[in-house]
Design a binder for this molecule. Structure first.
Ligand code: SAH
Length: 680
């Protein structure tokens, strides 16, 4: 069979999109379905995004704007009740995609855009596709376009505080105006206004939607200093300030009142935060990326205070157990020889092998040096489960020493997993395909056997026994984890977070009553999943499990930033790059905090000091998450999710401008002692 051309692939996807996303959701108008089936959406996207042209989502275009989700375009066009022909006005050209859809239906379409660059590029695409009935005009569209009025239909692709009077006046009698309206700049009601007579209008509420803001004279105020040519409006509305009336202060202004500024990331005063943390047993400190220097440093700042002033006993981090145990060995000045592997030598190395972490580790070793009782020294542990094979080696080494007979059984059992040594992910695929035996029973049996021999083994060395058990637990859970990656995403996510939580619990109980832990993980693990999109996907996480288990004794601290640089890769196993972090999106928590104008602050969320702010902080906005991978090209789709911030965290740390972490270089590591965990 001949290979499909790009054109054919797109056409096929477009047809599937119309069937599943549009007709499948109840849109029946053949005028709308035909138009949606005719416009090549990929042509309106930057090349890097064309792959996603027929996905069910909005996508970023230039000027921080978006091309609407296909379904919402269809929904709005449907709401215009078009039957073919007529004069149509669109406000908010953006990419020009919706204008093309309207061009398929109407006789004449006028579309208005307040960014010159977007207007120009939309015009170019529309021309090249032959839409000569569509006219793109660069102007403030809240005032409409009186030259071609009246219109049979007007559609606004951005959300304003209210329906602009000027647009209503440009409707023909019987004409329909569809526009998102709402006081918040994120959630709006989609409203249809029908002009019943010269002076009578009927208004209907259609559904809830979310659009980028309508900015202009009869819309929201411009915050970016972009001023399209001012024109004299035909029917000028009385200036309205609906937003200000409903509540005088913006959320950013209220946040600024409640915020506690941080004057120094490394040494700044945090007494009030420590007071709020009170007697919590588990303090979980997040990060909005795995490669931002300020996050690591301020996290260390809080952690040092928790250790020094509140006697916290260990730090547990989002790293694999055996790697972190190398650090633990070092910071606790242990006498047994350290294991042989190099800590954090696997992708993503910069996440732990960086100057920020090294500074903290050196501090902790120094701090522990002042504690004579070795058992009282502060530990450093890993909660994650990606070290299947290092962990197998660790268990075998341990058993070789304490119980050579058991070591033989262990070799046999773990042998089931060794064919996949190089790439454990392929184990999952092979196991699920059924061509290979699953190794679950063997891995679990080994863990049970170790636990059963607790009495015998702990006699010799309790710490080393704990280490072996954690590795055996990791092997059993990692086996299931890799297998579940092939059956369902939330399944494997939940397994991993459950493993991290179980490891934390077992460390707390190993430490005995009154043991206190600091946890360092990404926001997505330590912020309560039930206050985010994860809830709908059936996912839970460490933060949520901690709240369920410890109630108010768990204290969750989230982090965020507006822009700067970050250390991240483009794909799994790719080299680290220093990437630019895009300015935060309109409609995000980040944008609200950015607009406070305060460079860095902490914000109490468990007890918000201002009632109106408290209410708003429980609202839903977008939140950005950058992991070890950062794809700015598809940022909205790849890195933003929705969250109720005050339900997700007990406290939030904002650092407006941030820089990438500095990975350790071979030069900085020259001449370090053999016990040094970051050695090469
Ligand atoms: N219909 C578009 C979606 C565009 S998003 C598409 O299919 O791609 C909304 C657009 O409205 C943005 O490009 C934004 O710049 C524009 N916009 C916001 N306020 C505006 C105003 N007052 N006048 C004209 N355009 C405006």
């Amino acid at each position: 069979m001949a290979e499909e051309s790009d054109q054919q692939v797109y056409a096929r996807r477009r047809q599937a999109m119309v069937e599943r996303q549009i007709a499948g959701r109840g849109i029946t108008s053949s005028v709308v379905l035909d138009a949606m089936g005719s416009v090549p959406r990929e042509a309106f996207l930057p090349p890097s995004m064309r792959e996603f042209a027929y996905e069910d989502s909005p996508l970023p275009i230039n000027e921080e704007q978006t091309i609407s989700q296909p379904y919402i375009v269809a929904y709005m066009v449907d709401a215009l009740q078009l039957t073919g022909g007529g004069r149509i006005l669109e406000v908010g050209t953006g990419s020009g995609y919706a204008a093309a859809v309207l061009g398929e239906i109407g006789d004449r379409v006028v579309t208005l855009e307040r960014y010159q660059s977007l207007a120009d590029s939309a015009r170019g695409v529309l021309d090249s596709l032959g839409y000569d009935n569509v006219e793109v005009i660069y102007t403030d569209g809240t005032l409409g376009w009186s030259e071609k009025a009246p219109y049979d239909a007007i559609v606004v692709a951005a959300g304003g505080p209210e329906v602009p009077e000027s647009l209503k006046q440009q409707l023909a009698i019987g004409g329909r105006l569809v526009i998102p309206v709402g006081p918040a700049q994120t959630e709006q009601a989609l409203v249809r206004v029908t002009r019943v007579s010269e002076s009578e209008f009927r208004e209907e509420h259609l559904t809830e939607v979310r659009f980028v803001p309508l900015v202009g004279d009869a819309g929201w105020e411009d915050r970016r200093g972009n001023h399209p040519n001012k024109r004299a409006p035909v029917a000028r509305a009385a200036p309205s300030h609906a937003a200000q009336e409903s509540n005088d202060a913006t959320t950013s202004e209220l946040v600024a009142q409640a915020a506690e500024p941080i004057d120094d990331i490394d040494e700044g005063e945090i007494d009030k935060m420590l007071e709020r943390i009170g007697d919590s047993r588990v303090v979980l400190i997040g990060e909005a990326s795995h490669g931002t220097s300020e996050f690591y440093r301020f996290r260390a700042r809080i952690t040092r205070a928790l250790i020094e002033k509140k006697g916290f006993n260990f730090v547990a981090v989002e790293a694999d157990w055996p790697d972190a145990s190398r650090v633990d060995h070092y910071v606790r000045h242990r006498q047994t020889p350290p294991s042989e592997w190099t800590a954090f030598s696997r992708f993503p190395t910069w996440m732990w092998r960086n100057e920020e972490v090294r500074d903290f580790v050196d501090w902790l070793r120094e701090y522990n040096a002042g504690i004579d009782d070795a058992d009282k020294r502060v530990g450093f542990h890993g909660l994650d489960l990606y070290s299947l094979f290092t962990s197998i080696d660790a268990v075998l080494d341990y058993l070789d020493e304490v119980d050579p007979e058991a070591a033989m059984t262990a070799r046999e059992r773990y042998g089931c997993l060794t064919p996949w040594q190089a790439d454990p992910m392929t184990y999952g695929r092979a196991a699920v395909s059924g061509r290979y035996r699953e190794c679950e029973d063997d891995a679990v049996a080994m863990l049970v056997e170790l636990l059963n021999k607790r009495m015998t083994y702990t006699d010799q060395d309790g710490e080393r026994f704990l280490d072996a058990v954690q590795n055996a637990r990791l092997i059993a859970n990692a086996e299931r984890y890799y297998r579940s990656m092939y059956s369902g995403y939330s399944d494997s996510w939940n397994l991993r977070d459950q493993h991290m939580f179980d490891t934390l619990e077992s460390l707390l109980s190993h430490g005995g009553q009154g043991t206190k832990a600091v946890v360092w993980e990404h926001n997505s693990h330590i912020g309560d999943a039930s206050a985010t999109d994860m809830l709908a996907r059936g996912q839970h996480n460490v933060g949520q499990l901690c709240r369920e288990a410890y109630g108010d004794d768990a204290y969750l601290i989230g982090f965020g930033t507006h822009s700067g640089t970050v250390a991240a890769a483009t794909d799994w196993d790719d080299p680290m790059e220093v990437k630019q972090v895009r300015p935060s999106l309109e409609g995000s928590w980040e944008r609200i905090f950015h607009e406070t104008g305060i460079p860095a602050f902490t914000l109490p969320l468990r007890h918000v000091p201002l009632p109106e702010l408290d209410k708003r902080l429980h609202g839903i906005y977008l939140e950005r998450a950058i992991g070890v991978i950062y794809r700015p090209e598809t940022e909205r789709a790849s890195h933003y999710f929705k969250a109720r911030l005050a339900d997700q965290f007990d406290e939030y740390v904002w650092i407006d401008q941030t820089r990438a972490v500095t990975p350790l270089s071979s030069k900085t590591l020259e001449g370090v002692p053999e016990t040094y965990p970051f050695g090469l």
